[in-house]
Write a protein that binds this ligand. Structure first.
Ligand code: SAM
Length: 258
């Protein structure tokens, strides 16, 4: 298994949170993911492509609960190794495959899918990057296939939020307003059928507890309190989240490919 030593000064925000022990790295937490899954209406045997599958938790939940087949694409080799170990431990090797790769090269993945799932991955792309990935997603979906998306929302102050957030997360974090997300989807031929927004509580203790459970929440808090480098980065992120607490949110969308 690969195990890269993280430079906490340059690591991305999600890498820092993962190093602190956080398993779920999406702005609306598991509640938002569950709502997306409810909208999807998965049927056993259908195929799901997951972008930025991280440690494989969504892929495993999908395979277990809905008996679908999942292909995950993830570029971080440590996350890929961890996801594969989690899939083995869950006995789901016949249902879930993780490909180490880049979501900008989706054309290399064979076949078309009934669903594409992407959580907390489009936000970190530039407008051009978002458009390219959305076009690729459209190409990978069967006609009538659904795109399930879970991203960061900027209700207002898009530019200011980008300017403050990107440096602390160390990725090109560019959350959009609801109407701009809708437009980006529509431009790629993805017609939004359902959409929900709510506040962003990624670093809120109650949400962490709901997502991670008591044991892992205690571990995360311990790591943040005792490891200075992690604490510094988490505090930087927290300050920006707090500054824009009224503007930042999460958005989930279910869109159909035409
Ligand atoms: C913010 S995390 C979200 C992880 C997971 N989807 C979740 O909701 O918990 C983004 C994930 O996308 C992966 N990622 C970022 N850019 C990628 C790319 N170009 N190709 C494949 N994976 C990528 C990162 O390594 C990370 O695991």
């Amino acid at each position: 298994m690969t195990n890269t030593i993280l430079n906490f000064h340059t690591a991305t925000g999600h890498e820092v949170l993962a190093a602190a022990g956080k398993k779920y790295l999406r702005p609306g937490g598991r509640i938002a993911t569950d709502k997306l899954f409810e909208w999807a209406n998965f049927q056993p045997g259908e195929r799901v492509l997951e972008l930025g599958s991280s440690f494989g938790y969504s892929a495993i939940a999908l395979a277990k609960s809905y008996h679908v087949k999942v292909v995950g694409v993830e570029k971080n080799p440590d996350s890929v190794a961890c996801a594969r170990a989690n899939i083995c431990a869950a006995g789901l090797e016949n249902q879930v495959e993780i490909i180490e790769g880049n979501i900008f090269n989706l054309e290399t993945i064979p076949g078309k899918f009934d669903y594409v799932l992407a959580e907390a991955i489009l936000t970190m792309q530039s407008p051009l990057g978002k458009a390219k990935i959305l076009a690729e997603i459209h190409n990978k979906l069967k006609p009538g296939g659904k795109f399930l998306s879970h991203e960061l929302l900027a209700r207002d102050k898009e530019e200011q939020i980008h300017d403050d957030l990107a440096p602390v997360i160390r990725v090109n974090s560019t959350p959009l307003s609801e109407s701009n997300w809708m437009t980006a989807f529509a431009t790629a031929g993805l017609q939004v059928q359902k959409c929900q927004t709510d506040s962003m509580n990624l670093l809120n203790l109650k949400r962490i507890f709901q997502d991670e459970g008591i044991f892992n929440t205690t571990r995360i808090m311990w790591n943040i309190l005792t490891q200075r480098a992690i604490r510094k980065r988490v505090l930087e992120m927290y300050q920006v989240f707090h500054k824009y607490q009224h503007e930042l949110g999460y958005i989930i969308l279910c869109a159909v490919a035409h």
